[in-house]
Design a protein around this ligand. Structure first.
Ligand code: RB5
Length: 148
């Protein structure tokens, strides 16, 4: 898969780890910044990752900010983006399998590097089950997006 990765300054300390995990797992990376520890605005990076997915330049994304919350809120404002804040491995795979998330959000100030590696691996290895009940539920979420 091609994975778009974006972070703000709060997420920057975890970005290199994320890049390495994705690369070692054999995926292609679209690195959308930020590239330094200077203060920036997380919505700009959520938008960049979301647009890469919307435009078919990436299949999934990883967004990292300080808590993961701001990036997640911003990404979920975008059409066809389903972002999940996952700070445990169960959520990271179940969110893909059941909820069809296409963006994983992480908080670099919340979790350590080793847990982050496992969470990213769980997200990358998971696939949407396509089971009827999950398709129906994701469909209802999409309907809500259409009605906005
Ligand atoms: C930046 O200080 C911080 O507010 C941001 O990275 C993020 O945690 C927002 O949710």
């Amino acid at each position: 898969m091609k994975i778009a990765i974006g972070c703000d300054h709060g997420g920057f300390p975890l970005k290199e780890t994320a890049l390495l995990v994705v690369m070692k797992a054999g995926h292609e990376i679209l690195d959308l910044g930020t590239y330094t520890a200077d203060s920036v605005d997380y919505p700009d990076y959520a938008r960049a990752v979301g647009e890469a997915i919307q435009q078919g330049k990436a299949e999934r994304g990883i967004l990292i900010c300080g808590s993961g919350v701001g990036a997640c809120v911003a990404a979920n404002k975008m059409k066809n983006i389903r972002a999940g804040l996952c700070h445990d491995t169960y959520s990271a795979h179940q969110a893909v399998e059941h909820d069809d998330i296409n963006v994983l959000c992480l908080g670099a100030r919340i979790i350590g590097i080793e847990l982050a590696k496992d969470i990213i691996a769980a997200f990358l290895n998971a696939k949407f089950t396509n089971e009827e009940r999950h398709v129906r539920r994701v469909g209802k979420v999409k309907e809500m997006e259409e009605r906005r």
